[in-house]
Design a protein around this ligand. Structure first.
Ligand code: URA
Length: 229
């Protein structure tokens, strides 16, 4: 691609201001100092240095992130901080799509990827990627069987839908539940249907990926192969 396109994709400057950027910053492709934004550059095979710093580039990039409470699963929001605001250099330069949103008050594992087709694939209802949540309820949970059999709840389009737990383990008010769909407020609605309120919710696993010791607000790069069951 053209160098000016790459610089603007990576948020160093706009295409319009690339001329000035190339004048005021030392930009090298491999060892060659470049001033012309129309020059061809292949970020997958060539090295780019800006002011003596090697520029990080990969395509695709997949991240696992521990979403803290209070963050929105989105790229922009007027009112609240968004999960992408947690990304630091160099990841903040890339456009990430979010695979499987969490409510603002839910914590835990989120997957972000620069590969839109991959995100579409793993979030598609036919894909049935398993997700594990830990919920703390307002009272002791005694209805494992009913959630394993399935309960009728409304989905995001207000259509009735039978939601089933694939696995469930409870210890008084704390419940570990596995589902393989991702309908709107699914976990809260499944418990609410049986008269329980979810006081705390955290996603701990998607496919094979676990949160492990990733602290809230932090993230790490993973490979596609780390995700699938
Ligand atoms: N189910 C919910 O109710 N909320 C979430 O954030 C995720 C799953």
């Amino acid at each position: 691609m053209r160098l000016d396109k790459f610089l603007s994709l990576m948020k160093y400057c706009s295409r319009k201001s690339s001329k000035a950027f190339l004048k005021t910053h030392q930009v090298l492709i491999e060892e060659l100092r470049v001033y012309d934004g129309s020059i061809n550059f292949n970020p997958n095979s060539q090295k780019l240095y800006i002011d003596n710093q090697l520029i990080f580039y990969q395509d695709p990039i997949h991240l696992v992130l521990n979403k803290p409470k209070g963050y929105i699963s989105a790229n922009h929001d007027e009112m609240h901080p968004c999960v992408v605001d947690l990304l630091k250099d160099p990841y903040h330069r890339f456009d990430f799509k979010i695979a499987g949103r969490l409510d603002i008050d839910t914590e835990g594992l989120m997957l972000l990827s620069t590969d839109g087709a991959f995100v579409h694939e793993i979030t598609h209802p036919n894909h049935h990627l398993s997700k594990t949540y830990v919920a703390v309820l307002d009272k002791e949970f005694v209805d494992e069987k009913r959630l394993l059999e399935g309960v009728e709840i409304l989905d995001g389009r207000n259509q009735i839908y039978k939601a089933k737990a694939l696995d469930i383990k409870s210890m008084k008010k704390e419940v570990k539940i596995v589902i393989d769909e991702g309908k709107y407020h699914q976990i809260k609605r499944m418990f609410s249907k049986l008269g329980y309120e979810v006081l705390y919710l955290k996603r701990t696993k998607i496919g094979n990926l676990e949160l492990d010791n990733l602290l809230p607000g932090t993230y790490k790069q993973v490979r596609k192969e780390d995700i699938y069951d």
